[in-house]
Write a protein that binds this ligand. Structure first.
Ligand code: WTA
Length: 652
């Protein structure tokens, strides 16, 4: 394990800033430790205190019912997430406060107060009910980052319909797969969305997807006023429905375990998994983590740059912010449109106080140069966050210096679609930070680093990250496939939740996440499975066989390299490589487009016929990893862990 030590960048540590400690909720390491200990000794007591800060139509009878792998939180309790985000805030006197502060890519600004957002959500709830959408129905949301995305999510949550938000960058084919898997009745989309100056034709993708997987109704938000095809029976304009709907709606009491949403994410197989979250537990997890990790203040303008199509957008753009009565900033477009300083312009203009973004974005900003942030007044910022992938120390330090002016703490937050909310992160003011480490677990969250047998690893030894106690915002199942849920998350290491990440814990009890140990690739913080990309490639008529692996990349964290064996008689060429890359973009979405296609006459296999991925991984990366990817991925340790994982799954 001496290798790991050497990549530790001399273990620099930044103490909690005094400014923070004076005012933050958890104001010192001792306070954090006391709180952690209390929550660890009595998780149910801790979480019921958290839940008590929210509104319940009916109090729970039992905090937790745990029968591995099935958790039920706040059993017998009834609540409504949208009520807590809106009505409850209005009751607390926040009606006139801005809830959503929106800026579109063309520069249009819209502000919705909690009262206005409440009225819109009630109207849309009535519109959905009026069309026959009922509690338990599955509704797909395929929208740009505009307020209607939040309104649609909140309206579904309010009436008990299960939303499934699908990122606008996914292709018609991916959309169709998700619609079929979730049994979607209603799709909410837009005539388009702005991205880098052009219009993303969402409705067109929906039309194409629905040829294969029809639904009962499509609701279309008018965003770009561009021409769209129309089906009079099936399609409805959002603004027509809203004009006819009442803004009065009583939020019904929903069971704490009522399904809230399905969010698709990539796993080890070709088919994305529909991660299912439920109401009460998810609400407590995102409420508490937002409050503690971002140390929310009344006058915060919170900017989480994630798209609502990802879990980060669900939990922190929409639900976590609103549950805390916080103003959430929503931006529709690209970070470099019209110029590479759009983010800094937005921060200065709207006086954002918290910026929460992905390491990939930070590395891109670094590359674009300091002159862009330097042009703007970023003094409103008081806290910075990162999420989605390991951050390399150079990017961390640049972020701290250039964006945070050496005054803003950085919270590097580790979590997953499955965990629902942040699991590991420094609490600003309480925990000293180290560049590249997500530091320590949140109170009420129990993380361990173990070996294959489930035994704790030594200090600084690489192992598997597991969670050994249930937590409220944990996924409840994979929609329609409970067996896969059990096997994937609780079938790897006895008795604990298996996250699929390799990590180590240092002498201060700090966690360092190294990356995935399974066949999930993390490109720019977006999860993709190697098999998903392989399936897309083999569907091309000129491809016989293919193996996809990840290669470390200084900008994107990882990129996709595909080893392709063409059909007999097919001439390989650059043109074919380009065509294959485009084919993947069309099948899945541009985010899955391989960086490199390498043609090979045959793929290396074991005697039992299994493709030797480890070999291909090493081949793709070269023996020496280039660029500043030190803690991004400790290639040797990770590769060894991944190999161990591969072999084990091979035997299974
Ligand atoms: C990775 C995103 C290192 C990890 C919220 C995890 C991270 C996967 C971090 C989940 C972090 C997330 N440091 N790695 N701070 N945060 N990851 O489901 O591999 O899109 O398993 O959720 O991202 O990705 P997902």
């Amino acid at each position: 394990m001496s290798d790991i030590k050497s990549v530790l960048v001399e273990n620099r540590s930044f103490p909690p800033s005094r400014e923070f400690s004076e005012s933050s909720r958890v104001a010192s390491t001792e306070e954090y430790e006391a709180l952690y200990k209390r929550a660890d000794e009595d998780p149910e007591g801790y979480w019921s205190e958290v839940a008590s800060e929210l509104h319940w139509h009916k109090t729970w009878e039992q905090v937790l019912h745990w029968e591995l792998p099935d958790a039920k939180w706040f059993v017998g309790g009834e609540t409504n997430l949208a009520y807590n985000c809106l009505d409850h805030q209005i009751t607390k006197g926040l009606g006139d406060k801005t809830a959503i502060l929106f800026e579109g890519e063309p520069g249009d600004v819209r502000k919705l107060s909690f009262s206005e957002l409440h009225a819109e959500v009630c109207r849309f709830s009535n519109a959905l009910l009026g069309m026959g959408v009922v509690s338990g129905d599955r509704v797909a949301i395929y929208l740009p980052m505009i307020p209607e995305a939040a309104i649609a999510m909140l309206a579904c949550a309010r009436i008990g319909a299960i939303h499934s938000v699908i990122f606008g960058g996914f292709s018609a084919g991916s959309l169709s797969d998700r619609i079929a898997d979730a049994g979607i009745s209603t799709v909410i989309t837009a005539d388009g969305g702005y991205r880098r100056g052009s219009v993303l034709e969402l409705k067109k993708n929906v039309d194409e997807a629905l040829e294969k997987t029809p639904v009962e109704r499509v609701i279309v938000v008018q965003r770009c006023k561009n021409e769209v095809n129309w089906d009079n029976e099936r399609d409805h304009w959002y603004h027509d429905l809203m004009a006819a709907a009442s803004s009065e709606h009583q939020a019904p009491a929903l069971d704490s375990e009522h399904p809230l949403f399905i969010l698709y994410t990539s796993g080890t197989t070709g088919k994305p998994k529909g991660i299912l979250h439920t109401t009460g537990g998810y609400m407590c997890g995102v409420y508490q983590s937002t409050k503690l990790v971002f140390d929310i203040k009344d006058d915060d303008i919170f900017w989480c740059t994630a798209d609502v199509g990802w879990i980060t957008g669900h939990s922190y753009v929409v639900y976590g912010a609103l549950l805390n009565g916080t103003t959430t900033l929503m931006y529709e477009g690209a970070p470099n449109h019209p110029e590479p300083d759009r983010f800094w312009e937005l921060i200065a203009k709207h006086k954002a106080t918290i910026l929460y973004t992905a390491p990939t974005a930070i590395r891109a900003f670094m590359r674009w140069g300091d002159t862009w942030p330097d042009k703007h007044d970023l003094s409103s910022l008081r806290l910075l966050g990162t999420v989605g992938e390991p951050i390399n120390p150079a990017a961390w330090e640049w972020y701290r210096e250039r964006i945070g002016g050496n005054r803003c703490p950085i919270v590097d937050t580790w979590w997953q679609t499955e965990t629902g909310s942040i699991m590991v992160s420094p609490l600003p003011g309480a925990i000293a930070t180290k560049p590249g480490s997500c530091t320590r677990a949140l109170p009420g969250v129990s993380i361990k680093i173990v070996n294959r047998e489930g035994q704790p690893c030594d200090t600084n030894a690489g192992g598997f990250l597991v969670i050994d106690k249930p937590w409220p915002s944990m996924l409840r199942t994979i929609y329609g496939d409970h067996e896969r849920f059990t096997k994937t998350y609780f079938g790897e290491i006895d008795g604990v939740y298996f996250a699929g990440d390799g990590a180590r814990c240092d002498e201060d009890g700090y966690f360092w996440v190294m990356g995935r140990v399974d066949d999930v690739i993390n490109v720019s913080g977006h999860r993709l499975s190697t098999m998903e990309v392989e399936s897309a490639l083999v569907s091309h008529p000129q491809v016989a066989e293919v193996a996809v692996v990840a290669k470390p990349d200084a900008l994107k964290g990882q990129v996709i390299v595909a080893f392709v064996t063409p059909m007999g008689g097919v001439e390989t060429s650059d043109a074919l490589a380009i065509e294959l890359r485009q084919h993947v973009a069309k099948e899945i979405g541009a985010l899955a487009r391989p960086e490199e296609i390498r043609f090979a006459d045959a793929l290396p296999k074991t005697r039992s016929g299994k493709i030797m991925r480890r070999l291909l991984r090493d081949l793709a990366s070269g023996t020496k990893v280039q660029g500043d990817v030190t803690t991004l991925e400790d290639a040797s340790v990770l590769s060894a862990l991944a190999a161990q994982h591969d072999e084990d799954s091979d035997e299974a």
